[in-house]
Design a protein around this ligand. Structure first.
Ligand SMILES: [Mg+2]
Length: 262
C-alpha cells in the first residue's frame, strides 16, 4: 500500500502495546535511518546523540546494524563495540561471536565490474564508484541532472557484461552485487537463527528508510515489526513509520526509557 503508516513515535503507547511483553531485537539501517543522507557517504555522520541512544539500547536488548555500506566502513561510522554488524546488504556479517560471509566466490566478478565502471564513468563529473567487499555502489547525487541517465546506461552495460552480478537501485545510487538470493531480509532471518533470537519472547524490529530495507520488512511480516523512516508516502511493507533520523533517534530514546523502566 502506498501511504505513511502510523508513527511509532507519536503513537508510542500503541507501539509498545504491540510488543506484548516481548523483548525487542533491534535491527537498524544506518544511512537515512540514524544518519542524515549527505552529499558523499563519508559525510553521513551519525550524531553523538544517536550513538549514545544505541549504546543505552545495547545494554537493554540485542542490537544489530544492517547496511549497504562495506562492513569495516559501517563499523567505523557507528563505532559502538559489542554489536552485531551486517555490511554489504547482509553479505558480510560480524559480531562478538559471529563471522560469516556470503558470496566470497563473486569477488573476482566484482573486481572485473569495478574496472569496467571506473573506465566508463571516469569522464562523468560527480559519478562516484564506491567499492565494497561484496558490492559496488555508483553514487549519482553529485552528477549534473542531464548526465544522470548516462550513468545509469553505463551501469546497465557493465551489468550485462557481468551476468553473475545483478543491478539494483536506491536513493541516488545504482548498485551491482552478487546475483544470489540474498538480501537484508535473509540476513536478518539468519541473524535471528544464529543469535538464538527466534523464540516467542523476542520481537524483531527493523528500522530502515530505503528500497533494500523493504526486503527486511517483508521477511519479518508476521513475525516482527517493520518501521520505515519516510517523509512522504511510499509503497512499503512496514507497518509503522518515523519521519526522519532525528525522530528515529527520539523514538529509540523513548524505547530505551521504556525498556529501562521494565
Ligand atoms: Mg538507508
Amino acid at each position: 500500500m502506498t501511504l505513511i503508516p502510523p508513527s511509532a513515535f507519536t503513537e508510542f503507547d500503541a507501539f509498545t502495546a504491540a510488543l506484548d511483553g516481548r523483548i525487542p531485537a533491534l535491527f537498524l539501517d544506518y544511512d537515512g535511518t540514524l544518519a542524515a543522507i549527505a552529499p558523499r557517504p563519508e559525510l553521513a555522520v551519525m550524531p553523538d546523540e544517536a550513538r549514545a541512544v544505541v549504546q543505552r539500547l545495547a545494554a537493554l536488548c540485542p542490537v544489530a546494524f544492517v547496511s549497504g555500506r562495506d562492513l569495516d566502513d559501517l563499523m567505523s561510522m557507528v563505532a559502538v563495540d559489542g554489536l552485531v554488524y551486517a555490511g554489504s546488504h547482509g553479505f558480510d556479517l560480524r559480531g562478538p561471536d559471529l563471522r560469516r560471509q556470503v558470496g566470497v566466490e563473486y569477488v573476482p566478478d566484482l573486481d572485473a565490474a569495478e574496472r569496467l565502471l571506473r573506465d566508463r564513468l571516469g569522464g562523468i563529473a560527480g559519478a562516484l564508484v564506491e567499492r565494497k567487499r561484496f558490492a559496488i555502489a555508483i553514487h549519482t547525487r553529485q552528477v549534473a541532472p542531464p548526465d544522470k541517465p548516462q550513468v545509469g546506461e553505463a551501469v546497465r552495460v557493465v551489468a550485462e557484461a557481468q551476468p553473475r552480478l545483478r543491478m539494483t537501485g536506491g536513493k541516488e545510487l545504482f548498485e551491482l552485487r552478487p546475483n544470489l538470493p540474498w538480501d537484508k531480509g535473509r540476513a536478518v532471518v539468519t541473524l535471528l537463527e544464529t543469535l538464538g533470537l527466534e523464540g516467542n519472547g523476542t520481537l524483531p524490529i527493523y528500522l530502515g528508510d530505503d528500497e533494500t530495507d523493504e526486503d527486511a520488512f517483508r521477511a519479518l511480516a508476521g513475525r516482527g515489526i517493520g518501521i520505515r523512516v519516510m517523509e512522504s508516502p511510499a509503497e512499503t511493507a512496514a507497518i509503522w513509520s518515523l519521519q526522519d533520523p532525528a525522530e528515529a533517534t527520539a523514538f529509540l530514546g523513548r524505547l530505551a526509557d521504556w525498556l529501562a523502566e521494565g
